[in-house]
Design a binder for this molecule. Structure first.
Ligand code: NAD
Ligand code: UDP
Ligand code: UDP
Length: 323
């Protein structure tokens, strides 16, 4: 549905009140587009988008993507889904429904209006990987019946649906596999490692390392990730993905804890806690495709990104100390 008088697009962002969605919306508004944010506020919060209150090109809709949505849009970014293990395991059936029914509804909408649709997939489709680093061709090592399966298999099924709508209905799809991302507006209590460690360090509480802390992750700063989303969306129809978007800089969880303590000048001690079931031992994206096809690579180093994130959590500290 091209607009008559200008190149401004009307863009739907599902999950737009969440961590990543709210940053994406900021960028899309800055580019001059109209944005409709559809979110049921399960893990997202109005605080993430309160600065947009009254913005003439922004509209918030409280909506659950497991139900159909009939609106007119030019592009869809489908981000709606709880992302942290604590959140997605809270109601695992709803998590799978959100990924699967949510994908069907958003794909149905994209098919009806004939627009591009972006899917926020995840490195979790690789499960506990036996290939390292993970290229897009790797099919993964996922437990179909474990506590993480509602998320992993839900996201895998969503990818299947995206590629079947592409093949069967010629839909223009863009599937990004997102690796661990951090930054301002992460939920302070969703149990993800970066927010946990920063909040613990600022409160002077023990830093909880699960297992021996030798498992690795590769952390991408949110602004870099969003740049990757926009570049992927800007490609022509032949570019479907899936494409890894993440920062290949790989760190052990213990290293992350030590960096966080140093950057916050915290007196917190490190303690070891049991490792959760099915916790992947290592994770690092192979981003050769994103480099080559999107001319994209992350720019923000872990220390700089941590500093920016720590600054955000410091502003929220009075409220977090009461929580
Ligand atoms: P988040 O929890 O902050 O945001 C998810 C948003 O989706 C929230 O605002 C939530 O209220 C909304 N939501 C959940 N279920 C919904 C439903 N049924 N209907 C409508 N809205 C619903 O998480 P995030 O980190 O911003 O993640 C955004 C997307 O990116 C998710 O799809 C997630 O799986 C994916 N992802 C994130 C990461 C990461 O490191 N942050 C990594 C891989 C993939
Ligand atoms: N749908 C939606 N908005 C639309 C069009 C479709 O939410 O604008 C939903 C609707 O619930 C439908 C689903 O998307 O069941 C899949 O649509 P599709 O056209 O692929 O299949 P069908 O309508 O035949 O089930
Ligand atoms: N982790 C940890 N302490 C915490 C939270 C997480 O040691 O307080 C570990 C967790 O076991 C995992 C890694 O940090 O090995 C990343 O966890 P997160 O939940 O952030 O992401 P995911 O496991 O989904 O990659």
């Amino acid at each position: 549905m091209a607009r008559l008088y200008d190149s401004r697009k009307r863009i739907l962002v599902t999950g737009g009140a969440g961590f990543l969605g709210s940053h994406l919306i900021d960028r899309l508004l800055a580019q001059g587009h109209e944005v409709i944010c559809a979110d049921n506020l399960f893990t997202g919060t109005k605080r993430n988008i309160e600065h947009l209150h009254g913005h003439p090109r922004f509209e918030f809709m409280r909506h659950d993507v497991t139900f159909p949505l009939y609106i007119e849009v030019d592009e869809i970014y489908n981000l709606a889904c709880p992302a942290s293990p604590i959140h997605y395991q809270h109601d695992p059936v709803q998590t799978t429904k959100t990924s699967v029914h949510g994908a069907i509804n958003m794909l149905g909408l994209a098919k009806r209006v004939g627009c591009k649709i972006f899917q926020a997939s995840t490195s979790e489709v690789y499960g506990d990987p036996s290939v390292h680093p993970q290229p897009e061709e790797y099919w993964g090592n996922v437990n179909p019946i474990g506590p993480r399966s509602c998320y992993d298999e839900g996201k895998r099924c969503a990818e299947t649906l995206f590629f079947d709508y592409h093949r069967q209905h010629d839909l223009d799809i863009k599937v990004a596999r997102i690796f661990n991302t951090y930054g301002p507006r992460m939920h302070h209590a969703d149990g993800r490692v970066v927010s946990n460690f920063i909040v613990q360090a600022l409160r002077g509480e023990p830093i909880t390392i699960y297992g021996d802390g030798q498992q690795t992750r590769s952390f991408c700063y949110v602004d870099d990730l969003i740049e990757g989303f926009l570049r992927l969306m800007d490609t022509d129809k032949s570019m479907t993905g899936p494409i890894n978007i993440g920062n290949p800089g790989e760190f052990t969880i213990r290293e992350l804890a030590e960096k966080t303590i140093a950057l916050t000048a915290s007196t917190s001690e490190l303690i070891e806690m049991p490792l959760p079931a099915d916790d992947p031992k290592q994770r690092q994206p192979d981003i050769s495709k994103a480099r080559e096809l999107l001319n994209w690579k992350p720019k923000v180093e872990l220390e700089e990104g941590l500093e920016r994130t720590i600054k955000y959590f410091r502003t929220r500290l009075p409220e977090l100390l009461e929580a």
